[in-house]
Design a protein around this ligand. Structure first.
Ligand SMILES: Cc1ncc(COP(=O)(O)O)c(C=O)c1O
Length: 407
């Protein structure tokens, strides 16, 4: 417990705002002081544009940027830092992938398979690709607990499938998916697999070799890093099948009047000046996670999730969505309150300083599938406490009374 207070105190926003219970880390986690310091130090001591200057300051900034690329590669067990492309975030990673891989490798009649659980950022890039190419978008369905149905995998993923793109952990339900059978089947039919790790990597070690995925996407801001930075990992042989996405500065080798040649991978996919301070801060976030260790993260978050699950389950008229097997749930609990719109729930909780999210969580097809317009979602991270959850529950118990339902 002493150690946990130390963790909490290392997040200035949390430490300095004891009047709020921040329960929206699935949307964006708070940043520890070491990440804030890394960004500030870089800006005040080391900033210059990268890959361009032959002077010391620019070389130093370039080294710092490239150092994070090496850290990310090691963090997810990529074979080389050349397999790490920096993007603006998961959304940008999927847009890059769907264009750069899709334009080269998808034709009319081909099939792209995703699941009904996906965040919009792993739906729309494929929808628009399929519309451009005359390809077909297919969905893997879920069971009533929010787990992808295994029985349909061999039917939905067929010889026509060229890309499968699925989430490791649902942002809306918190359910952790077992992707082994999907990835195996996709590879059997010759498709590439892309994995959305945005909600997984804050909570568990993600190893691209063990997963055997061809691509993987995530955002720094959900794992204690800055906003505006993300990663697209790709196996080198898969990246080699992609065309450049955005064109312009930095991503070129030679530019002639009417044609150009491109820089090697990964620079080829990073046109223009990147978010250098964000990438440097991301490096500090990875160090922070490595120092703390996923075991500690998992211990704290699973304690909080079990406690919250039990306490929220006891509240009358509150219905938790997704699995009751807590081993298959990340630290996310989505629920509805009978007769009350989630926006009203959230507004009442906010008046008690409890920060949770309401809405469709950028997963409208999933909401439709579940038969709800939206939900309220509480999500927990290493800086949360049982008291935060008690505050949530106390406030939640008031909601229906305040709106005149009696109980
Ligand atoms: C599962 C999942 N995928 C993708 C995204 C999109 O991430 P970003 O907004 O950082 O691009 C999110 C963000 O909530 C997410 O939870």
């Amino acid at each position: 417990m002493e150690k946990d207070t130390k963790i909490r105190d290392s997040f200035p926003l949390i430490k300095n705002n004891s009047d709020i219970a921040y329960l929206d880390s699935a949307a964006s986690s708070q940043k520890p002081q070491v990440v804030i310091d890394a960004v500030n130090d870089y800006s005040s001591k080391s900033h210059a544009n990268i890959h361009r200057g032959a002077y010391k300051l620019s070389l130093e900034a370039t080294d710092m940027y490239d150092e994070t690329r090496k850290k990310v590669a090691k963090f997810i067990a990529a074979s080389s830092s050349d397999e790490i492309i920096f993007t603006k975030g998961t959304t940008d990673s999927f847009n890059l992938l769907a264009f750069a891989y899709g334009e080269e490798n998808i034709s009319a009649g081909d099939e792209v398979v995703i699941s009904i659980l996906e965040h919009h950022s792993n739906i729309l890039p494929w929808q628009t690709l399929c519309a451009r190419k005359g390809a077909v978008l297919k969905y893997l369905d879920i069971d009533e607990k929010g787990m992808i149905l295994k029985a349909q995998i061999n039917d939905v993923i067929s010889e026509k499938t060229k890309i499968v793109s699925v989430t490791m952990t649902s942002n809306a339900l918190g359910t952790k998916q077992e992707l082994g059978d999907i990835i195996k089947r996709a590879h059997e039919v010759g498709a590439v697999v892309s994995v959305d790790a945005a909600q997984a990597i804050p909570h568990e070690r993600v190893n691209v070799k063990e997963l055997d995925c061809d691509f993987l996407a995530f955002s720094a801001h959900k794992i204690f890093g800055p906003t505006g930075v993300g990663v697209l990992y790709g196996k080198m042989e898969a990246l080699e099948k992609m065309r450049p996405y955005q064109t312009g500065g930095d991503m070129i080798e030679y530019v002639e009047l009417f044609e150009s040649t491109y820089a090697p991978i990964p620079t080829r996919f990073e046109a223009g000046t990147p978010n250098i301070e964000g990438v440097v801060g991301f490096g500090a976030a990875i160090d922070f996670v490595e120092e703390l260790g996923y075991e500690t993260i998992h211990r704290i978050e699973s304690d909080l999730t079990s406690y919250a699950y039990e306490k929220i389950s006891e509240i009358e008229h509150v219905n938790i969505l997704g699995t009751d097997d807590l081993d298959k749930r990340a630290s996310v609990i989505s629920f509805t309150v009978d007769d009350v719109h989630p926006h009203d729930v959230t507004t009442i909780l906010d008046s008690d300083g409890v920060c949770v999210r309401a809405g469709h969580h950028c997963a409208q097809p999933l909401m439709k599938r579940l038969g709800v317009p939206s939900t309220t979602r509480a999500s927990f991270s290493i800086y949360n406490t049982y008291e935060d959850i008690d505050r949530l529950c106390k406030s939640l118990k008031k909601v229906r009374k305040w709106l005149g339902y009696g109980s």
